[in-house]
Structure formats: C-alpha cells, structure tokens
Design a binder for this molecule. Structure first.
Ligand code: PLP
Length: 389
C-alpha cells in the first residue's frame, strides 16, 4: 500500500480531529525515516520533541525487549524495580532528594495531576499564561492559553486566569495569597518556541514563594535534555515546586511524570490519584536506558553546541527574522507568514519539520541527530528559502 491508500483509509477510519496526513511513515533508524512510497526523510521533528534517541536506538530496543520478555505490566498494587530506578533518577536530576514522583502516560495527564496536587493546598485559583499549551483534556485545556482550542469546549475549569507569557508585572499582580499554582513552560513550544526574558522564572518564583503558591514548570516539551538542560528551567537558578515531563521521557514510548519537589511532595495521600499504566515496567525500562545513555554520552553539551550551529547557520538567511530556543528545541521565525508552505517544500525535499505558527518553523529532532544530518537540513532549508525569495 502507498501513501495515497493510507491517506484514504485514514479519512475513512479515523476521527476528523487531525487533518489527514499526506505521508505514512513505516520505518526509521536514528533520525532517518521512510514513508510507504519508499521516500527517505531526515526527521527534524522527532515525533514533536519525543524520540529523544531517534528511532529504534539499540539501548532502547534492548531495554524494552529484555523487559517485555520477563514481565509486561504490573498494577500499582505492586512495586517494580524499573519504576523505582526511574523515580530515583528523576529525583537526582532535580537536585532535591525530598522530591517524589507520580507516573502517567501523557503531558495532559501529568498537568491534570498538578491541578489536583494544587487543590491539596486548600486553594483553587490557578494562574497560567496566554498562548501556552498544557494539553487537551478538560483540566489541562483549562490551563492552555489558546482560545481557538478552548472556545468549543467551554465551560472549562473556573478560577483559571491567563496572563501574558514573560510579563513580570502582570505575574506580580496575578499571583496572590489565594493562588494554588502558577503553571508555565520554560520555553513555550507549541506557541512557536517563545523564550521568556532571562529573569522571568526567577521573578515568578519570588511571587509564588511570597504567597505560598505552587510554581509548576511544564517541562513536557522542554524536558529530558532537549534544551541542553534536564528540564529547561535550570538556567534560571530556581527550584520549582512541581515539574511535569512527558514526550521525551519514554524515548518514544508513552510515559509521563509529575515530579513534586520538596514540601509539595507530601501533598498527595493514598487514594488521591492514580493511573493503571503509570510506571509500566516496559516504558520505564526504555526511559532508564535512554537517560543513562544521554548522561554517558554527554548529550546535553552536544545539544547546546547543535543550537549554536543552527543559530549561526540560519540567522542571516534571507527571509529569516530570528532563530530562537535552546538546545534542540528551535523556532525559525520567518519574515512572512509562509511557514506551512516552507514545511511542505522541505517535506518534498526529504526534511520533516513543523509549522508551529504561520511564521515559525519548529524543529525538535532526536538529541542524537548527527552533524551531517543537521548540515543537510541547513543546506535544504537555505535552498527552499532561496527559491521563495
Ligand atoms: C508544554 C506541553 N505541555 C503539555 C502537552 C500535552 O502533552 P500530551 O500531548 O502528551 O498530552 C504538550 C504537548 O505538546 C506540551 O508541549
């Protein structure tokens, strides 16, 4: 079957919540994927910041295969060594040994968990930011700051106030002694890779501490090394009360975590929350193996160097306004609203990217992507921009 056949079947069988994809991907290795017609692509999107080690990385394949042969799933009536090892690893990465972890499968779910955790403070008011993306379940959509996604599903949770991202004065005004939590992405991913002012997180930390509000860092997209730091907020020097991670955490398998740091780790009591698949032995095996590999191979430093390379290679290309982000979460802002057309042209020339908004191309490839593959992306991107100019 070819791309066209799959597209027809998609339309006939899947709900219309996604546009029908023009290509069907059937196999991949590292940062290279192939579609049903046999076309080869460099995957510069990594399942949207998810396949941190690329496709079928040997350490992930072997960890998953080993685990599925022994034991596939246990309920949360029982412990499993992998879930404990991964929780220990995440706690170590936060730098605060009093942290505790709750596992789930998706970013929306762990943000839901954060909402429930914040209710245990006895408060219900939440502050979030305009244009943010925190998920599409009813609770997480209440946090998401995009009216196009929210409006068809109103009414959502009450008591959620959205303030402009990066606006320190508005944050100071909005966070008060009734605020249960303030949730923020260290870099807004879905909005088009938007970086806040350098002192933003430090300032919001101050206001949250002053009023006893939880500071929740949504590191679903920025987490697990993507920005050249483990969670994406560390450059600010702050310690959040809660960190949510998903996407890259499972190295291509569905896995998410809410990490409650310090005192907030004591807020949940038995029965307060749960998830059947949370902390599944197979997904946590993949995660432990991937994180070990990232540490051993000094991938965080590589991501920082990759950002410098893409930034210096593309910032002066005609038609590019700005290259922003950190590590391998990069937004290439264009002077005109042509990102969809650029993404299609790149796809036709063997490069997969995403048009995050009308004038921004987002790339979030595997952290393992090679210099040669990045150089190929730069070359093809320049060609496409030359053709449109
Ligand atoms: C910052 C952020 N939070 C939450 C989510 C929701 O994650 P999921 O799609 O796994 O529910 C996303 C997804 O793109 C995200 O980027």
């Amino acid at each position: 079957m070819r791309n066209k056949d799959f597209a027809d079947l998609w339309t006939k069988n899947l709900m219309a919540n996604y546009a029908t994809p023009s290509i069907t991907l059937v196999k991949g290795k590292g940062s290279v994927v192939f579609d049903a017609d046999g076309n080869r692509y460099i995957d510069m999107l990594g399942g949207i910041a998810t396949n941190i080690l690329g496709h079928s990385h040997p350490v992930v394949v072997s960890a998953v295969s080993r685990q599925i042969k022994i034991l596939s799933h246990v309920s949360n009536f029982y412990a499993h060594p992998n879930v404990i090892e991964l929780a220990q690893t995440l706690i170590r990465l936060t730098g605060n040994k009093d942290s505790r972890v709750f596992f789930a499968q998706s970013g929306a779910e762990v943000n839901e968990a954060a909402i429930k955790l914040s209710r245990k403070t006895g408060r219900t008011r939440i502050v979030a930011t305009t244009s943010s993306f925190h998920g599409r379940t009813t609770g997480s959509l209440s946090l998401t700051g995009q009216s196009s996604k929210r409006t068809p599903f109103l009414p959502l949770l009450k008591n959620v106030k959205h303030i402009p991202f990066g606006d320190i004065k508005k944050a100071k005004k909005a966070i008060n002694s009734k605020t249960a939590m303030f949730i923020v992405e260290p870099i807004m991913g879905e909005a088009g890779v938007i970086v806040p002012p350098a002192d933003y997180l430090k300032e919001v930390r101050k206001y949250c501490t002053a009023h006893g509000a939880l500071l929740v860092i949504d590191a679903v997209q920025t987490g697990i090394g993507r920005t050249g730091q483990w969670f994406g907020y560390e450059y600010s020097g702050i310690q959040p009360d809660v960190i949510t991670v998903a996407k890259g955490l499972g190295a291509g398998l569905p896995l998410a975590a809410m990490i409650a740091v310090g005192k907030s780790s004591q807020l949940f009591a038995p029965g307060d929350h749960g998830s059947t698949f949370g902390g599944n032995p197979v997904t946590t095996a993949a995660s432990v193996a991937a994180i070990k590999w990232i540490e051993k191979n000094k991938i965080l430093a590589k991501c920082k160097a990759d950002f410098r390379y893409i930034h210096s290679s593309l910032k002066t290309v005609q038609g590019v306004r700005e290259v922003r982000g950190a590590g391998l979460l990069i937004g290439i802002a264009l002077e005109k609203d042509i990102s969809s057309s650029i993404a299609i042209q790149l796809q036709e020339r063997g490069i997969l990217v995403n048009a995050a908004n009308p004038n921004t191309i987002r790339i979030a490839p595997a952290l393992t992507i090679s210099k040669k593959e990045l150089a190929k992306f730069v070359e093809v991107f320049k060609e496409v921009m030359r053709d449109v100019n």
